[in-house]
Design a protein around this ligand. Structure first.
Ligand SMILES: [Zn+2]
Length: 126
């Protein structure tokens, strides 16, 4: 089931730049070589309290599977909130956004679910 959140995707990229020093990203021709570059994922979190969209990305994974696993974890965290529970979705989005910003691990899904069931404020329990 597709919900309001962009499902996200996994991509491969590298640090190569063109002659104008512009990052090539996924356009780098060397990416044909499987060993070149690194994997990342992108996902769009629920909009913040001000209604701002929150596209996020994280890279540096050795494999597509590693990136996919992290994307799955973000999806799993967001899926804890019912689709129409805008407030909880945003709160969980806040926690995930913080993990992105601090380059930290994403919260454990079971732990998050436990907090939600207990009626805890998920944004203040870290
Ligand atoms: Zn490259």
């Amino acid at each position: 089931m597709v919900c309001g959140v962009t499902e996200g995707s996994v991509y491969r990229t590298c640090n190569c730049r063109d002659e104008n020093r512009k990052p090539l990203g996924s356009a780098c021709p060397k990416l044909k070589n499987y060993k070149h570059g690194q994997w990342g994922f992108r996902v769009e979190l629920p909009a913040d309290a001000a209604g701002q969209r929150r596209p996020r990305r994280r890279r540096g994974f050795d494999s597509a599977t590693a990136a996919e696993n992290q994307l799955e974890q973000v999806r799993g965290l967001l899926a804890i909130a019912d689709e129409d529970d805008v407030e909880l979705r945003r709160d969980i989005g806040d926690v995930i956004a913080l993990a992105f910003a601090n380059r930290e691990r994403f919260p454990d899904i079971d732990e998050m679910r436990r907090l939600v069931r207990a009626g805890a404020d998920v944004t203040t329990t870290r």
